[in-house]
Write a protein that binds this ligand. Structure first.
Ligand code: RAM
Length: 329
């Protein structure tokens, strides 16, 4: 991978002392789309070196909270409960670009810091910590599939929920990238709601509705693992190609047996760690959310706020059988 910091997977530069006086003891709630998704467990937990590890190292009171479903109706009451517990900062993967905004904007007016990570709510946060460029994420998935399909055939998308900001943004860029491949036809987009059973059902539905389907892109770690399990049979293995965004641990088996050749992701723990640092920097008034502001995120090194009040982790990384066994998350 070289020395380039590939979405947090490469060698991190040594920590540099930024010298900002960061506040300690802040109540910081980390709110993934939902609980029970191993991607977010890695992004958030102390054990993996995610958001709660950064908060612990900084001397903050960090806690992960969310609902059980990937939906604003499940996530919003938890955010409201966090606020009533006196949250100083929230780090949120938004299940909807706007539904959380009345609550989050009211909280920001009272001085609560809101940082989004993974999935954005642009109208109601100070900073978005973006895992990788959305154009890059959309394009890499289409390009992997195009190569495997020799640029032709019917394809479909198995997404997360219909309201998730991140998947919808990436699907938009997939459509742009597909213009390069006029013989590849996107016939359907279905939603598994980041729930394994639903993702399994919608994948099976696609296969029965489109007997000529040649490829599936699933830009969600839950969706791709469920779709891979469906395709891992003699009937479909290698015949219906699958790519998207997955965790190496959940995909190793399917790469080993040929159900999947390649897929992409970033380091979720680095994403959570960076988001936690950004939230503490803002809550300590060490930085503002203005373009050009910079801060040191511990072991990950220095980051600078870019256009649209976003901080970028790095480019996505492509996993395949030659490298997947080097990763454990
Ligand atoms: C799932 C979630 C998450 C997304 C990853 C790729 O775990 O939908 O938001 O970033 O997939």
């Amino acid at each position: 991978m070289g020395a380039v910091m590939t979405a947090g997977l490469g060698m991190a530069p040594a920590a540099t002392a930024a010298g900002h006086p960061l506040k300690k003891g802040l109540k910081v709630f980390v709110v993934p789309k939902n609980l029970g998704n191993s991607y977010f467990t890695t992004a958030d937990s102390v054990k993996s070196g995610g958001a709660l590890a950064a908060l612990k190292a900084l001397g903050e009171q960090g806690q992960e909270t969310s609902g059980t479903a990937d939906s604003p109706s499940s996530q919003l009451p938890v955010i409201q409960a966090d606020l009533s517990k006196g949250a100083n900062a929230l780090v949120i993967s938004a299940t909807d670009p706007t539904a959380l905004c009345p609550t989050l904007n009211a909280a920001m007016k009272r001085g609560v810091v809101v940082v989004t990570y993974d999935s954005d709510a642009p109208a109601c946060r100070s900073l978005f910590i973006n895992q990788a460029s959305p154009q890059g994420i959309g394009a890499v998935e289409v390009d992997i599939l195009a190569k495997e399909l020799h640029n032709q055939g019917q394809i479909a998308v198995v997404s997360a929920s219909a309201s998730d900001t991140n998947q919808n943004t990436w699907i938009g860029y997939m459509k742009t990238e597909l213009k390069k491949y006029p013989k590849m036809k996107l016939v359907s987009i279905v939603y598994g709601n980041d729930d394994t059973a639903t993702s399994t059902q919608v994948t099976q539905g696609l296969l029965s509705r489109y007997p000529n389907l040649k490829g599936i892109i699933s830009p969600t770690t839950v969706g791709i693992a469920a779709a891979a399990a469906v395709l891992d049979t003699a009937k479909y293995r290698g015949k219906v190609k699958l790519t998207g965004l997955g965790t190496p641990d959940e995909m190793k088996k399917y790469v080993a047996d040929g159900t999947v050749q390649a897929f992409a992701l970033w380091n979720p723990a680095s994403l959570g760690y960076l988001a936690a640092y950004a939230a503490v920097e803002l809550a300590s008034h060490s930085i503002t959310n203005a373009k050009g502001q910079s801060f040191t995120a511990g072991k990950l090194g220095k980051f600078t706020v870019g256009a649209g009040h976003t901080v970028l982790l790095g480019p996505p990384f492509v996993f395949n059988k030659s490298n997947i066994n080097k990763f454990n998350f």
